[in-house]
Ligand binder design. Sequence first.
Ligand code: HEC
Ligand code: HEC
Length: 490
Amino acid sequence: MTHRPLFLLLAALAGLASTGVIPSARATGILPPSYPDAERINAGRRLFFEETFDGNGRTCGTCHPATNNFTLDPAYIATLPDDDPLFIAERPEPNPLSRHFENPALMRQLALIKENTNGFGALETDFTMRSVPHLLAMRTSLLAPTNGNDGTTLPPDQRTGWSGDGAPVDPDGPLSPRGTLRDFTLGAIVQHLTRTLDRKPGKDFRLPTEEELDAMEAFMLSLGRQHEYEDFRSLRMKDARAERGRLNYMGVGVSGTLNCNACHFNGGANTDPSFDFPAAITPPAFELSNRSFAPRVEELLDQPADIIDASGNPFDDGFGHGTSLFNVPTVIEAADTGPFFHANQIDTVEGLVAFYSSKRHLRNGQVLPPIVELNGSQVANVGAFLRVLNADENVRSAIQLIRQAELVFRRHARRVNLEIAVSEIEDAIQVLEGGKLHFADAVPALKRARRLAARPFTMSKAKRLLRRIRPMLIERAGQTSDASLDGHHH
Ligand code: HEC
Ligand code: HEC
């Protein structure tokens, strides 16, 4: 119940309230027919995973697979067969996509994808290497700041992509995109699904219909959390280090002016509306919107893509041209979707936190001060906090998926929902074990739940067990019944 006013506010700001539906917190599988808008969302899901748009054989799911949190990492890529369409640039000549389309070394070793974010005018020189963002909780992370007062502009009307400037589509072309999530499908087809570098609609791919664009937008908006996470002040982490990490995240015991919560308010992608940002960093905000900043990750000396292939990893200038602005992603969904940042610069959760607390020695020799002045212990605490938050969200999502499995009729749909539920439970186990957290309570319980969730016979038992696991991780103010934790607000 507690999120309702916040979500309504966000929804109103984003123009979503016009649909008149407050969607329940959704998970990422196949929806039962009784759920709001289920038919359109399930149609969008089919398009996302099955439709090639008469292109090179890739689908959106090629790079955004559901059982890998809609993102790619090198370990996942290593499980794919060589003839997977992801590797189309590696196919033997004559191959119209063998050059200027992907960089196989950076793809296989770092899960980086070539993006022509400034358009397709100079393929040889004008490109950036980007990691694949998970598509979770996008309903909460698209709202552009008023007047673009963080150094960005309107349009783009919604903040998508790492630099918040949408997908590359010719703005003077016949598509007249406004840089919205709905438009992103167009850009992704032109960038990733094309048969040749001509990128001609009708020849290299077909354009989606209006209905298809609507369905895919609805599907993408249905993924993951549908509202901001709870107020961090109302949580108590059961693990002592994670609890201290919560306080450190909010600036308690931290020297300097900035803290994590200022830019990632309550673990989301929006700024803290009551935080007084130093003028050197961004104009004052006083609103809950998805801003962009210049942490300068892309300029770090000795980053992995430079070690593997420096000439294949040119300067990435961020939003528009030369701004170095990158858009704030969510924190809740982070721990199981590494490597981190827009070119997978950092591998581990603790390394990600350490980025913020260490001096930034750049390629050009410049040395910038730390962004958030955590000490070494606090780095580990914040890492523990991020891990527990992520595990909690995994469990919420798994409960939702099992509920969906209980309510769908077709065996295939049930299997898909349970498969994703199991992968969520596995992620929770991994992020907790990776931080040596909750090894005596939540981790063994999660391992039991994983076994139970794998089979329709025992799935309801798994759901009940999962409900008991969330309070092992986090104590919530006013926590009354188990059901209040599942994210259903009807
Ligand atoms: C070859 C891999 C690949 C394929 C195929 C692909 N994407 Fe992506 N996707 C990416 C990468 C890389 C980014 C980051 C782009 C950026 O920062 O500009 C991204 C970003 C996105 C985003 C922005 C997410 C956010 O958090 O802002 C959306 C939405 C998206 N893709 C949707 C799609 C859709 C829809 C399709 C199918 C039409 C698709 N993608 C196909 C690699 C891919
Ligand atoms: C000044 C604003 C700001 C502050 C303060 C800040 N961040 Fe970020 N954060 C960003 C931006 C911008 C990005 C995207 C950076 C990029 O990829 O270039 C980001 C990215 C992230 C990501 C996403 C990584 C991924 O790959 O999905 C996480 C997690 C994160 N930050 C956690 C933190 C933590 C923890 C702190 C405190 C130690 C913190 N941030 C402080 C602005 C900020």
